[in-house]
Write a protein that binds this ligand. Structure first.
Ligand code: FES
Length: 149
């Protein structure tokens, strides 16, 4: 066990934890923040996407020791009360279907819009490789385009 300190959604955290524990399980099991989802566990699906010092990462692939002194933002911290422009548009355009992958999609989309404020469909597809088994990709693209306006 090692003491790891980092910040989650602006709140300082200090955990005595196996440093190899994936950030995903640190968030879910040690901090009871279950908005970040487990999909594949091997970095392929994007359900576990969070922001690591502002960059979108797949938290199942990041050992918690790597985030020492870093800032992590999860879906719980994307906005104060679920009113991020993308969250508003997700509701307005009925983007989610089953909804399981959408926390990760939202985190990836929010980071994309910070880097590329008005992305093309090709840029969205290239940068947002999260898997949605319901196939909501057209609505995800539409919401990102609306957010860019
Ligand atoms: Fe992390 Fe699928 S659970 S990428």
């Amino acid at each position: 066990m090692t003491a790891i300190k980092f910040t989650v959604n602006g709140q300082p955290k200090s955990l005595d934890i196996d440093p190899s524990t994936p950030l995903l399980w640190t968030l879910r099991d040690h901090l009871s923040m279950t908005g970040t989802k487990f999909g594949c566990g091997v970095g392929m699906c994007g359900a576990c996407t969070v922001h690591f010092n502002g960059a979108a990462v797949r938290s199942c692939q990041i050992p918690v020791q790597a985030v020492s002194d870093a800032e992590i933002t999860t879906i719980e911290g994307l906005s104060e009360s679920g009113d991020h422009i993308l969250q508003t548009l997700w509701v307005e355009l009925n983007v989610p279907q089953c909804g399981y992958c959408q926390a990760g999609v939202l985190m990836a989309a929010a980071e994309l819009l910070k880097r590329i404020p008005d992305p093309t469909d090709e840029e969205i597809d290239a940068q947002l490789s999260n898997i949605c088994r319901c196939g909501t990709y057209p609505r995800i693209r539409a919401a990102i385009h609306r957010a860019a306006q």
